[in-house]
Design a protein. Structure first.
Length: 359
């Protein structure tokens, strides 16, 4: 309610949780043409229960097992067992059920049908116990069939999710390495291609959120904003430094050097830059990394123009998994520093060759 002053702005939600998580909450929790309730706590609860536990955990577990037992190669020896029938029938029925719910504008129920399949797929892991099958070489073909059934069920779920959570669905399908992305490909079970490999390590789609820690940090930011607002309204008071006005940044968990060593940082030179048509925040940059040029999207359009970017040297995280944003693929991350309401690019203080390693 604006009159009560307890508004949560969509862009703040997106900044905290990502656009697909916000889409999911709004579509699932707010019935069509009716009012709905939204709080930070409710959004966190839904993300943790559905997106992190049910969806994200299923994808990461399945891809991890595929890599552990078959080096990521997708095969389907078709060694079936009666327990497979429950999963396959649920997967085959999902498309029609989702379509029927959408015909009636029951969006929440349509999403629930997709998550019914995802929960059934999680149950299938417990029923088949792939880790037990892996102990006996005689069960190798059965194990491969179980993993194929899991990957195919995830593919079907991702295709159905695309209308609701396009970025997340695209990530999942990219992880599976499949071209079978049309609704027609859901008319039969077994359309996931074989002979190729899934991604080596699946990045977390949705991390669990510590509600207390998040709310404490949110409160600290809101208090800092309120102090800044009061200072603006009372200019006679001594001005605080940027450091004093900035919201305190909570300490992240301590890591060891091996954790940091996993990140590859290189110097890049921006050779071209333009605004992304479907986004007000994103710039699409072509970054020369010495041995290659990568396309990297960065949410800095309100702070830098394309003209500001060309020729600038930046620090790039080069071993970050590709991510699709606003219809474009980003192949890395440009480092920035945040100071109050400003975002500033991190750059070397002298000209360096493109591709130089940051250590």
């Amino acid at each position: 309610s604006k009159s009560k002053g307890n508004v949560i702005y969509a862009e703040d939600l997106v900044d905290a949780f990502g656009v697909d998580a916000v889409r999911y909450f709004c579509l699932h929790e707010m019935p069509f043409a009716q009012d709905g309730n939204i709080t930070w706590e409710l959004v966190i609860e839904r993300i943790n229960s559905d997106l992190a536990n049910v969806l994200g955990n299923l994808v990461s577990r399945t891809i991890a097992m595929s890599n552990k037992y078959f080096d990521g190669t997708v095969t389907n020896p078709r060694v079936y067992d009666p327990v497979d029938e429950g999963l396959i029938s649920t997967a085959l029925a999902a498309k029609e059920k989702v379509e029927n719910r959408m015909e009636e504008l029951r969006v929440t129920d349509a999403l629930d049908e997709i998550f019914t399949l995802l929960r059934r797929t999680n149950k299938y892991i417990d029923e088949t116990e792939p880790w037990v099958l892996a102990r006996d070489e005689a069960n190798r073909d059965r194990l491969a069939t179980v993993l194929y059934n899991l990957l195919e069920s995830i593919r079907i779920s991702a295709v159905l999710l695309e209308s609701f959570m396009p970025e997340t669905a695209g990530k999942i399908l990219d992880m599976l390495g499949t071209e079978q992305r049309s609704l027609d490909s859901l008319n039969s079970f077994g359309n996931l291609e074989t002979g190729h490999k899934v991604i080596r390590k699946a990045p977390a789609l949705f991390a669990r959120i510590d509600e207390k820690k998040f709310m404490d940090e949110l409160t600290a930011r809101e208090e800092a904003k309120e102090q800044s607002k009061k200072a603006d309204e009372n200019p006679s008071q001594p001005a605080q430094s940027d450091e004093a006005q900035a919201a305190p940044q909570p300490a992240k968990p301590e890591i060891v050097f091996d954790d940091f060593a996993k990140i590859e940082l290189r110097v890049g030179t921006v050779t071209a830059s333009e605004k992304v048509r479907k986004s007000k925040k994103l710039l699409k940059n072509q970054v020369d990394l010495g041995t290659e040029t990568r396309q990297i999207l960065s949410g800095i359009a309100q702070y830098y123009s394309p003209e500001d970017m060309v020729g600038r040297q930046v620090i790039v995280v080069t071993n970050l998994a590709p991510r699709k944003m606003a219809g474009e693929v980003s192949e890395g991350m440009i480092l920035c520093a945040e100071q109050g309401d400003r975002v500033v690019l991190v750059s070397p203080d002298e000209k360096l060759p493109a591709g130089a390693v940051v250590c």
